[in-house]
Design a protein around this ligand. Structure first.
Ligand code: NZQ
Ligand code: ZN
Length: 386
C-alpha cells in the first residue's frame, strides 16, 4: 500500500426521516439559500419536508439548476447570494444540484475575476461558504466528497474543480427518496457508482488487500441490489444498500493507498459536453474500450475482478481478464444501458479527433494510473467506442 492522508469531515445523517434533523446542523442565525433542480422535489414531497425542517430559518430559494449544472444559471444564483447576503447553502438534489452548490460555495468567496477561472486554472478551493446537502439521487458520491463538475453550454465544456474547502458539512441520506426516481436515473446511478469503483480499482496490484476487498464488495453489492432497486424502488433494504454503496464508491476511502485511473471520466465528460449524453452512460461507452486498449497494464486487476466479483474460475489470467471486460459490458447492457457511442448519436464521426485535440490544447498529455496515455491514445480509445 502507498502512503496516504485521509480526512473526510462530512457528517452523514442516514435513514428514514433524517430530513427533520437538518435544523440541528445549520446555525440558527444563518441566512440560507435553498438550491434545487428542475422541480422533482416539489412533486415527491422532499421540498415540503425540507421547508418544514427550516421553518425557523430565514430562507431564500433558487430552483432550476439543470442536470449537468450550467455555469450561466449558477452565475444567477451567485448574484442572489451576494444581493441577499446569504451565509449558508443547502443543496437539495442529485449530483448536479450538489455540484452546482459546491461551485457557488467556492465562487462566493473567490477574489479573482471570472469564477470560470476556478475551473480552467485548476484553482483548489481551500475555503468555501459552508453548505449541507439533502441527497435525492444516489449516484455521484458528491454528497460526501469535495469535487464538482460544471458545464458551460456556450463553449461546450464540462470541467472539474474541488479542494478541501468543498466537503459538505452534513449530508442527509434518506433511502426513501428513491421512490420517485425514474428508471433511467436509477440505472444511471448504479452505473456511475460502479464506474467510480472501477476507476479506483482497475489499475495494477499494490498489495492493498483491504482496499481491493472494500472495492470488490461495493461492486458485488451494486450487482446484487440493482434488479430490486430498478423493479421495486420501495424496497427499503435494497434502497439503503444502493444509497450507501454510491456514497462509499466516491467518498475518498477506496482510493487511499492505491493508484487511480480516472481516464474514463475525463473522456466521458467530453461526450456529455459534446452530445449531452447522461454522465453514467458516457462511462459505459468508454470503459470497455479503455480496458481493452489498456489490457496489458490492467490484466492482473481485470483477472482478479473477474474471479472475485463475477466468479470466473476457469482459464488463464488473460482469459479471465477478458471475461472481466465482457461481464462488465454485459452488466451495463442488463441495465438497459447502451455501450457504443453510435447508439446515442449519428454524428459520432470525428469525435475521437475532437476530444484528442481538446486534450492536447489543455495540455492533458498523460492520463491514467501511469500518466502515460497521450491524446493519440485517447483518440484510439474513443474510436474503439464508436
Ligand atoms: O432536476 P430535478 O427536477 O430534481 O430532476 C433530476 C434530474 O432531472 C432527477 N431527480 C433527482 N432526484 C430525483 C429525481 N427525480 C425524481 N425523484 C428524485 N428523488 O434526476 C435527474 C438527474 O439528476 P442529476 O443530479 O443530474 O443526476 P446525478 O446525481 O447523476 O448527477 C450527475 C452530475 O454529477 C456529476 C456528473 O458529471 C453530472 O454533472 N458528477 C459529479 C461527481 C462528483 N461531484 O463527485 C462525480 C461523478 O463522476 C459525476 O461526474
Ligand atoms: Zn461518475
Amino acid at each position: 500500500m502507498k502512503n496516504f492522508e485521509y480526512q473526510n469531515p462530512t457528517k452523514i445523517l442516514f435513514g428514514k426521516d433524517q430530513i427533520e434533523s437538518i435544523g440541528n446542523e445549520i446555525p440558527k442565525n444563518a441566512k440560507v439559500l435553498l438550491l434545487f433542480g428542475g422541480g422533482s422535489i416539489k412533486k415527491n414531497g422532499i421540498y415540503d419536508q425540507v421547508t418544514s425542517a427550516l421553518k425557523e430559518y430565514d430562507v431564500v430559494e433558487f430552483g432550476g439548476i439543470p442536470a449537468n449544472p450550467e455555469y450561466a444559471v449558477l452565475m444567477e444564483a451567485l448574484s442572489v447570494i451576494k444581493e441577499q447576503k446569504i451565509t449558508y447553502l443547502l443543496a437539495v438534489g442529485g449530483g448536479s444540484v450538489i455540484d452546482g452548490t459546491k461551485f457557488l460555495a467556492s465562487a462566493a468567496l473567490y477574489k479573482g475575476e471570472a469564477p470560470w477561472n476556478i475551473l480552467t486554472q485548476n484553482i483548489r478551493t481551500t475555503e468555501g461558504m459552508p453548505f449541507g446537502t439533502v441527497l435525492t439521487l444516489p449516484a455521484t458520491g458528491s454528497e460526501m466528497n469535495s469535487g464538482a463538475v460544471i458545464t458551460r453550454a456556450e463553449t461546450k465544456e464540462k470541467l472539474a474543480m474541488g479542494g478541501p474547502g468543498l466537503f459538505p458539512q452534513f449530508s442527509v441520506l434518506d433511502p426513501t427518496v428513491i421512490h420517485s426516481i425514474p428508471k433511467r436515473q436509477l440505472v444511471n446511478g448504479v452505473t456511475d457508482a460502479f464506474n467510480h469503483v472501477l476507476e479506483q480499482y482497475m489499475t495494477y496490484p499494490v498489495n492493498a488487500l483491504l482496499q481491493d476487498r472494500i472495492a470488490e464488495s461495493i461492486l458485488q453489492t451494486l450487482i446484487e441490489i440493482a434488479p430490486t432497486v430498478i423493479n421495486n424502488p420501495k424496497d427499503y433494504k435494497a434502497a439503503a444498500d444502493f444509497m450507501w454503496s454510491c456514497t462509499m464508491a466516491l467518498n475518498g476511502l477506496i482510493q487511499k493507498g492505491v493508484p487511480t485511473d480516472w481516464a474514463v471520466h475525463a473522456i466521458g465528460h467530453e461526450l456529455t459536453a459534446l452530445f449531452g449524453i447522461d454522465h453514467a452512460r458516457t462511462l459505459a461507452v468508454i470503459a470497455p474500450s479503455h480496458y481493452t486498449y489498456n489490457f496489458e497494464t490492467k490484466k492482473e486487476k481485470l483477472a482478479q475482478y473477474a474471479e472475485r466479483v463475477w466468479n470466473v474460475t476457469e482459464g488463464t489470467l488473460e482469459e479471465k481478464a477478458k471475461a472481466g471486460i465482457a461481464k462488465t459490458e454485459a452488466f451495463f447492457k442488463s441495465l438497459d444501458i447502451d455501450t457504443k457511442l453510435s447508439d446515442y448519436t449519428k454524428d459520432y464521426k470525428g469525435t475521437a479527433q475532437e476530444i484528442s485535440k481538446r486534450f492536447t490544447d489543455r495540455g492533458w498529455n498523460g492520463l491514467g494510473e501511469h500518466q502515460n496515455l497521450t491524446p493519440a491514445d485517447v483518440e484510439k480509445i474513443v474510436e474503439m467506442a464508436y
